[in-house]
Each structure stands twice: as C-alpha cells, then as structure tokens.
Design a protein around this ligand. Sequence first.
Ligand SMILES: Cc1ncc(COP(=O)(O)O)c(C=O)c1O
Length: 376
Amino acid sequence: MNPRGAIGDVEPGIHGGTDSHESSYLGVDESKIIDFSASVSPYGPSPKVIEAIRAIDLSAYPDPGAPGLTADIAATVSTELGVSIGPDQVISTAGSVELLSLVASAYLEPGRRLLTLDPHFGEYHPPAQTMGAGVEAYPLSHDTNTGLFSLNEEEFIEWIRPRLPAVVLLNDPHNPTGLSFSESLIEGVLDLDGEVLVVVDEAYRDFTASPKNLRSQLASGRLILMRSLTKVHAMAGLRLGYGVSSPEIIQCLRTVQPPWTVSSVAQAAGRAALADTDWSRGNINRLREEKEFLVAGLKSAGQKVLPSSANFFLLDFSEEQGQAGALRQYLLSNRVRVRSCESFGLSDHIRISPRGRVDNERLLELVSSYSVDRNR
Ligand SMILES: Cc1ncc(COP(=O)(O)O)c(C=O)c1O
C-alpha cells in the first residue's frame, strides 16, 4: 500500500540534543557528552517535579484534556499577560511540537499555504507538508560585513500579502538567530486578511529579559501562542507544551488531538513545575549570568559572537569557511556538543546554549586550546 502522495514531500526535521548515531560513530560515550546544543535549562527539573512524578499511578489512564494542568496554565498565562485567560483558551500538548501538527490537521490542506521565515526550526514544514499544504519561507537578511541577521518587517508583510496564506508561523525570539520581532509585525500580519491564522512560537520566551505581551493581538481571535514547558523546566524528555488562543480555535485543535497525548506523568510534572516559580525564576537568572560569562569569554578568545535576545547565540565563521564544522568536530571529540547550523542552511555558524559555570569553563578552555593549536 503506498502512502498518500503528500508524504513523499515531507522534509524530516533535524534537531540538537542527543545524537547516539554521531557519538557512536566518533566512539564517544553519549552519556558523557556535555551538551550545549539544546536550549534546555542545565539545572534539571525542580525537586518538586520529581516528587510529583513519583506519586503517579502508571496503571491508570491520564485525565483526558489534562483539565488540572490546563487550568493551572490558564492562571499562569493570565498573570503573565495581565488579562483573564480561561481554561477554554488553553490546550495542553505533548511538547509544543504537537501543536504544530494540530494546527496543520485543523487548518491546512492541499491548496492552503503555510508561510514562515528562513531559517526556521526544522519541525515547521513537515506537519503542513503531511497535510499536502504548500510551504514557503521568507529569507532573513544577512549582512556579511557585520554578520548580523535582520528582518525588514514591511517588506515581509508585502511578500505575504499576495500569497494569501492560511497560516503564518513566526518564532520569537527566533531560533537560531536570537532575533526578536516587533509587536507591530504581528499586528501587521493579522491586519492583512480576516482569515489568516498567526502562530507565534514562544518556545524561548521565558529566557528573555523582557518577554513580549501579546494580549491585545490575542484579542483578534486569530492568534495562537505556542509555548514550551520543556526548556526552562528541563523536561525535554517528558514532552510538554501548550497553546493559547480563542475558545473557538482551541476547540478545533482539541477536536483533532488524539486522546492522552499528555501523559499523567507529564500532567503532574507540569503542575508541579508551574507552581515552583522560585526554582524556575532562580534558574533563569543564573542562566542569564552564565550567558554573559560565556559570551565575554568567547569574545576574548577571538570568536565572533552574534547578539541574541534568546538564551542561545550564534558564533559566526563566515570569514573562515569550514571552521564552524572543524571546531564542532574538535569539541565533539572532546565530549562537548554544540549545534551545527547546517540544517538551518547556515554552514558557517554554530549555535551555543549556555550551561552551568563548570561546563562553560570547559567549553572556553577547549575553544582557546583549539585556537592555539590552529595558530601554531
Ligand atoms: C523554535 C522551537 N520551537 C519549538 C521547539 C520544540 O519544543 P518542545 O520541546 O516544547 O516540543 C523547539 C525545540 O528545539 C524550538 O527550537
């Protein structure tokens, strides 16, 4: 039996984090690798999360729709945005990536189009392609002298206009560049057409110094905020995220969501993680200091570090072609993984997500020894 025709067009996503094929190829023990490639808090989940998980009865089915967790998320988002968000405006998902599939199942089909920016997170296109929808991406500008990436927001809106998309998917702060877009960009896209659905992926929002408050754009009834609980709360293996939107859109997304995708373990962990704000706030602040430490250290080691409003940042090797890959291999052979940006189409860049001080010092030590060896 052949699969649907659209399946042949699906491009598989490529990610950071664990890659046991690569480590076994290099003869490096995966469990001993210090991972700077995935932007997940290095401090681990709250001890209260571990306690909550232990109390779960694995033999029982999860509560469908995760009502307790969904109500807690609604309360948290209400406080963050300063506006009342009801549980009927929230959907809990198995990692924020599940939301991409739900949006595609509910709103995309052949003849409809998803638009996004290039480069973009590898999971943006596959769900749309699976549904047979068209996908297109608008390239960010890249100044080869300064190395800076930027988006001309007015030109982007004019590019979108004739394409009449069903869904526009933006990422703020943007992975992998760390760019942050203006609120007026989101308004501009919403204003284009009364039908377009705008999804803003805020996976890295919690790490930013001044997160956006999109409550007025949310009132349009056509915006979906896509949020992750895996990164700041260090639960990437557990898979937990959520979407916030109008009750009508949330209802559609719930209709296409398979039952029990958010396990009872994930529901309990999410509730405990949201309640332990001291743990998450403290770790966010520590990580911000670590980012400054690492950026300063890399700059004094002669690396070109690009500015970023996210917790990760890019090293730019455009002036030394081949060096991004060479440094990455050197680090990996010394049990340190950084994110290759080849899957983003940026083969001269490396993305780094800071970790705790000891690990950051190790990375700096290796980068300095690599530079000394090269200059010999
Ligand atoms: C931009 C972006 N969005 C979403 C995700 C997925 O996050 P989650 O773990 O919540 O599925 C990632 C993961 O790397 C990401 O980089």
